[in-house]
Design a protein around this ligand. Structure first.
Ligand code: NAP
Length: 306
């Protein structure tokens, strides 16, 4: 979908993987004439300019958001309440403000307290890599991915139009868009994204603690499933700290179900219950096939690695 000329000026606050990817993608789609980036860290600002993610890197948030029709808040979730409050106070009246946080309840709650000077539309592009920083961004990150919008409880026409515009922006960078309430988002993502990361962090931590298996052996034999977990476990520690602090209730809910499933498998292994093991493992294979059939993954062995 064409997004040409949607905004004269867009400001990206937090120019890391997601912020710089959106900047690249918007430029490729011609969605904004000028894209500026603001990050607290001057070094990140310099790197964001050097790698061409943004056109300019003003030294203050005020300067970055002034005159911007679109402001993207792409900091870690823990910083968002503060940044949104600043943006809501300093941006031009009526500006569209979106965030890209992986958790939505905490963002929706913070945004709802800020009044209607700007239109804050909470979003979550379900796309990412284990990399971070401005250099990690690339224009095609959002293509063929879903972007979820969890609107605030505002019924006015201007807000409805802002939600439409946010959806159009995600479509312009190649995403499909789904609108849902933030509670549903946080529960769904707890199972599809947050729990897998927690398991990866736990597994890698457990391997590290296993003193009888040398680190060299872990590295040497990691061609199997372990290597795939290490990719997930390499994700940004600050981002994931904030995800678990911000989505406590939903993560604890799915973690409870997961430990019950784990106990079932533990019992099946102990008692030689082949039928249960096979039944559970078959479900895994079926789910993988459904993900491939939906075009969310390629049907090539070993994720297409050489
Ligand atoms: P990232 O690469 O670490 O980028 C975040 C940037 O925000 C960093 O440069 C950070 O600077 C900066 N920042 C922190 N506090 C700030 C503040 N108060 N004002 C301005 N800049 C600030 O992280 P990311 O992976 O792009 O994640 C950004 C957001 O996208 C998170 O909310 C995350 O939940 C969400 N998200 C991530 C993924 C993913 O796979 N990575 C996918 C979807 C959504 P410092 O490093 O100096 O603190």
């Amino acid at each position: 979908m064409s997004g040409k000329g949607m905004f004269q000026k867009a400001a990206i606050i937090g120019v890391g993987l997601i912020g710089s990817s959106l900047a690249h993608a918007m430029r490729a789609a011609g969605a904004a004439k000028t894209i500026v980036g603001f990050d607290l860290d001057p070094d990140v600002r310099r790197r964001a300019a050097r790698c061409g993610a943004v056109d300019a890197v003003p030294e203050s948030l005020d300067e970055a958001v002034r005159g911007a029709g679109l402001i993207v808040v792409s900091t870690p979730v823990g910083a968002m309440a503060g940044v949104l409050a600043d943006v809501a106070a300093k941006a031009d009246e009526g500006a569209l403000v979106i965030d890209v946080g992986s958790v939505k309840g905490a963002v929706v709650e913070a945004a709802a307290r800020l009044g209607a000077r700007v239109a804050i539309v909470p979003c979550h592009p379900v796309a990412g890599t284990e990399q971070s920083g401005p250099e990690a961004g690339f224009a095609t990150l959002f293509q063929h991915r879903w972007s979820i919008i969890t609107p605030l409880a505002r019924e006015d026409e201007a807000y409805r139009a802002a939600v439409e515009k946010a959806a159009a922006l995600w479509r312009a960078v190649g995403s499909q868009v789904e609108i849902m309430d933030h509670q549903h988002h946080d529960l769904a993502l707890a199972i599809t994204s947050h729990l897998p990361h927690l398991i990866a962090f736990t597994l890698v931590g457990a391997a590290d603690d296993l003193e009888s298996v040398a680190e060299a052996e872990i590295v040497k034999y990691s061609a199997g499933g372990f290597r795939d977990f290490t990719r997930i476990a390499a994700s940004d520690p600050v981002m994931w700290r904030d995800v678990f602090l911000g989505n406590k209730a939903a993560v604890l809910e799915v973690l409870g179900r997961f430990t019950e499933e784990l106990a079932l498998l533990q019992r099946a292994i102990r008692w030689g219950d082949a039928e249960t093991l096979e039944r559970v493992f078959r479900r895994g294979r079926e789910l993988r096939r459904a993900i491939v059939a939906a075009g969310q993954e390629k049907d090539v062995p070993n994720f297409g690695r050489d």
